[in-house]
Design a protein around this ligand. Structure first.
Ligand SMILES: *Cc1c(COP(=O)(O)O)cnc(C)c1O
Length: 944
């Protein structure tokens, strides 16, 4: 490899992506005592796993070349007018929201709001989202987004089982449910021993026993039915009821809460989020009172800060499923924050009247379409609908669908006799004329409302002032700016989060995702219209297989957690295929990420924990013992490599061999691939399957907590068991996401990254990531103990700073250090994962030396402050650490009773005072908010 960076071309993208210049890299190497990156990597990575080739990827393209190639791919997509429906609808993304949220790094480069003091803007936006969902569904508590409608429905299926009293394992699903939802429910039910029973609830009796009922409202066919009696009947049998509801329809229809639903789920896509060939979109869930502690995913709540002012933060965090590990009932971690923010802003911008008008127009256009069809003699399957019709055309469905396609409109072919047609806010007179033409009817001037009389909505929604205050574009622009100014994202400075790889999200990578040829395709559009996407997917699958050493890749999982689930399902299916049904034990080291254990439980496995030794490595003696105990039942081991301790464990090859010898499969969690690319391939050092996090290693921005893409990569023997899709190629096990290619709309980002880095650039990025982590470890080692190191005292791409002895001696906690870092202008490192009382730092390759030094200097200065607290110079309860972060309002107050100067409070560490980031609130009391749970917009009076 070229070492250090001296790429021939001055326009090489790698020089932009990698923060440290060649000269800075030399200085960092000098600090840690290595002559070259190659020498460093040879020392750090165990030779048994080291791969010495050059990646077989196309040579790096420049930014201009990559954009030209993406343009050419985009031109091979032919977005047509989509009237396919099935949970994906045309929508107008307001331009002010597209440019200032979706295309704004202040929003898309933010991290999950675990540090609430620097995340008030996106927390407010998410609280707005929760309020939209709670109001429209008529259920009091909504979460801050799930991955898509189908997985949200699956979460409801398991929530109902936990919450209900019924003994049965039968989950009844309305036959008029979206087909992809039924398929995902079946995938998720099987390993848990749940029986999904699809019932035509209109015609057939409910079974005598069942624990839960899933209804679609309106149905996939478009039918609007009054489900109240059915829900009451289910409740009589002790079953819980989940209603998958369309948010736009709920602007006109009675809300699920009012007809007795316990849970509502669905997608917020049509609230301004482009279809994107299937995603990403925000799935949602809301629940009735009493179920809020069982909600999967994250929940934003209102609490108060040290001054008693209202402040937002994530509520009930210990309930967060993935933190509960093997006791978890859901594995969701990364969700769809950016998309939830967009949907919430769509509601803020339109307000209740605007949304009602959009819903009414959508309904009116559908009613007119229906009137024209009926006038022309076409039979419709249902009299009552909101936006979707089912036309009955015996034997002529293919003909009609083809005729519509010839006029530029995609319809849904249900079967040979029936065609589905879905209207939305983008439907025009021309679209209606095209559909009428396809059916060979002339059409009409107007239709009449066909919503069933008893199902009209009578309750108000979105009455909170925030939904009425920002309807002019000026007001909206300023609201978005005001919120994003409260937050710290990568556009302000480094976010050194271990395990999360907060690297550059380059603008060139981001640009294509809002091009209409990528943004406006329906996931079930005919293949000949989506050639560009299919090529992009094929390229990406091939490249990801090459860099990981696997044989096959599925891009369907829409987060790392879902990739884990898909990978473990592949292992489960493989064993069953060989008659090894009894293999159900998954070994997981104690240091693993919480999603690992949660995913294993969802895949029907029993988790057996393997200990780590004093050096943080998987304890191979304990491994032997556990293998011996579980030999016949061993299904898999799930390990992260390099480990979550930030170390290249030398025992990995031996570990893989031991598990294979006992008949188990090896799952390597690929979240830390940023330490391996170009230097080692999991698929070649002994693993059978991995998931990757394209929102970590491959530059999809974190979005404040999603979107993500978590592809699953496998060796050939597991390839037959990758996720399939009922509306796509039927293969493998069932789908794990609603859309065949999951969050396809953001795949141009990793495509562009790989295309522009090329084989050398990728390896250099890995080298510089490892160099940067070792540089930080070297500079901080004398001030904070570095907890674990591997070969020759080196760490991998991240390092753990052990605060525990310092806390013991001084009383200063990791929390204090994290909050004090805000005063110094930093986002805190990962707190207390994987070891409580520590900080895990991952600088990534994208930070330059000046920023790395600014961080190290801040950490060293904070250590100095800790020493002054320990020495008794400042009281334990009143010092710069205990009071951090300091707001502008606090340091400009006329009264300053603290024993340290205001300048130290506000401007520690020197630097440019005019560049200061001011947190909007003081330290937040999380426990207070958990005791007084408020999860939707409080009335203005509550802030007084
Ligand atoms: C981030 C992460 C995951 C989970 O990925 P999500 O995309 O958040 O679901 C799993 N394992 C490790 C080690 C991780 O860092």
């Amino acid at each position: 490899m070229t070492d250090p960076i001296e790429l021939a071309r001055s326009d090489a993208f790698a020089r932009r992506h990698i923060g440290a210049s060649a000269d800075e890299q030399r200085r960092m190497l000098e600090t840690i005592g290595y002559g070259s990156i190659d020498e460093l990597m040879t020392a750090a990575i165990p030779e048994v796993i080291r791969w010495h080739g050059t990646l077989d990827l196309p040579a790096a393209a420049t930014e201009a070349e990559a954009i030209a190639e993406l343009r050419a791919l985009a031109e091979r997509n032919r977005p047509m007018v989509s009237m396919i429906g099935l949970g994906y609808h045309g929508t107008h993304t307001p331009a002010v929201i597209r440019r200032n949220v979706l295309e704004s790094p202040a929003w898309y480069t933010a991290y999950t709001p675990y540090q609430p003091e620097i995340s008030q803007g996106r927390l407010e936006a998410l609280l707005n989202f929760q309020t939209v969902i709670a109001d429209l569904t008529g259920l009091p508590v909504a979460g801050a987004s799930l991955l898509d409608e189908a997985t949200a429905a699956a979460e409801a299926m398991t929530l109902a089982r936990r919450a209900g009293k019924a003994k049965s394992n039968v989950y009844v699903v309305d036959a008029d449910t979206l087909p992809q939802t039924i398929a995902v429910l079946a995938t998720r039910a099987e390993p848990l021993g749940i029986e999904v029973r699809v019932v035509d609830v209109e015609r057939d009796e409910l079974p005598s026993e069942f624990y839960g009922l899933h209804l679609q409202y309106p149905g996939a066919s478009g039918a609007v039915r009054d489900h109240a009696a059915l829900i009451a009947a289910a409740h009589e049998r002790g079953a819980l009821v989940a209603v998958a509801a369309d948010l736009l329809a709920l602007c006109l229809l009675r809300e699920p809460g009012a007809i007795g639903a316990d849970i509502a789920v669905g997608s917020a896509q049509r609230f301004g989020v482009p279809m994107g060939f299937g995603g990403p979109h925000a799935g949602y869930m809301s629940v009735r009172a009493g179920l809020e502690r069982m909600l999967p995913g994250r929940l934003v709540g209102v609490s108060r800060d040290a001054d008693g002012s209202a402040a937002y933060r994530l509520a009930l965090q210990t309930r967060e499923q993935h933190i509960r590990r093997e006791k978890a009932t859901s594995n969701i971690c990364t969700a769809q924050v950016l998309l939830a923010v967009i949907a919430s802003m769509y509601a803020v911008y339109h307000g209740p009247e605007g949304l009602r008008a959009i819903a009414r127009r959508t309904h009116d256009v559908a009613a007119r379409l229906a009137a024209g069809l009926t006038a022309g003699g076409v039979e419709l399957a249902h009299g009552a609908f909101f936006d979707t019709l089912t036309a009955v055309v015996p034997g002529r469905a293919d003909e009609v669908v083809a005729a519509a396609a010839g006029r530029g409109v995609n319809l849904r072919r249900i079967d040979v006799d029936r065609v589905g047609i879905s209207c939305d806010e983008t439907t025009t007179d021309e679209h209606l004329a095209a559909v009428w033409g396809a059916f060979d009817v002339t059409g009409v001037e107007a239709g009449s409302e066909v919503l069933p009389a008893g199902l009209g909505r009578t309750s108000d929604y979105l009455t909170n002032p925030v939904f009425s205050a920002h309807h002019s574009e000026t007001a909206m622009l300023r609201y978005l700016r005001r919120l994003s100014d409260k937050d710290y994202a990568l556009d302000r400075g480094m976010i050194p989060l271990g395990s999360c790889t907060m690297k550059l999200n380059a603008t060139t990578e981001m640009e294509p995702i809002t091009w209409s040829e990528f943004a406006e395709l329906h996931p079930f559009a005919p293949a000949e219209q989506t050639e560009g996407y299919r090529q992009l997917v094929a390229d990406l699958e091939r490249w990801l297989a090459e860099v990981t050493g696997y044989d096959a890749v599925s891009l369907q999982p829409n987060a790392g957690s879902q990739g884990e689930f898909a990978g473990l399902l592949a292992i489960r299916s493989y064993h069953r295929d060989r008659g090894d049904d009894h293999r159900d034990v998954c070994l997981i080291p104690s240091s693993a990420h919480g999603t690992n254990a949660a995913s294993a439980v969802m895949a029907g496995m029993r988790v057996v924990v393997v200990a780590c030794d004093g050096d943080g490595n998987v304890d191979l003696v304990d491994l032997d013992r556990k293998i011996e105990q579980q030999r016949d039942r061993l299904a898999a081991i799930m390990v992260t490599y390099p480990s979550t301790h930030g170390v290249y464990e030398t025992g990995i090859a031996e570990l893989c061999a031991k598990v294979h010898d006992a008949g188990g499969q090896v799952y390597v969690d690929g979240a830390n691939l940023n330490a391996l690319l170009g230097f080692a391939k999991p698929g070649q050092f002994g693993a059978d399957v991995s998931h990757l996090n394209l929102h970590k290693t491959f530059c999809i921005p974190h979005g404040g907590g999603g979107p993500g893409v978590g592809p699953v990569a496998v060796r050939s023997h597991l390839a037959p068991f990758l996720p399939g899709h009922p509306l796509h190629a039927e293969k493998g096990v069932g789908p794990v996401a609603a859309a065949p290619q999951g969050s396809a709309g953001i795949l141009p980002i990793p495509w562009a990254y790989l295309r522009m880095m090329g084989p050398e650039g990728l390896a250099q990025a890995t080298g510089v990531a490892v160099l940067s982590a070792n540089y930080v470890a070297a500079r901080l080692r004398d001030h904070y103990p570095v907890l674990y190191a591997g070969n020759k005292g080196l760490v991998a791409h991240e390092c753990i700073l052990d605060l525990r002895p310092i806390t013991k001696a001084s009383g200063v906690t990791v929390d204090d250090v994290a909050k004090r870092l805000i005063d110094y202008g930093f986002h805190a490192p990962t707190m207390s994962f994987p070891v409580a009382g520590t900080l895990m730092v991952e600088p990534t390759e994208s930070e330059d030396l000046a920023e790395l030094d600014r961080f190290c200097d801040a950490m060293i200065a904070i250590r100095g402050e800790i020493d002054r607290v320990a020495a008794g110079e400042w009281p334990a309860g009143d010092n710069p650490l205990a009071n951090a972060p300091h707001t502008a309002s606090m340091v400009t107050a006329d009264d300053w009773p603290h024993p340290y100067p205001r300048s130290l409070a506000a401007y520690p560490g020197g630097g440019d005072r005019s560049a200061k980031y001011w947190p909007p609130v003081r330290r937040i009391d999380g426990a207070y908010g958990d005791r007084n749970l408020v999860c939707s917009c409080p009335s203005p009076a509550a802030y007084e």
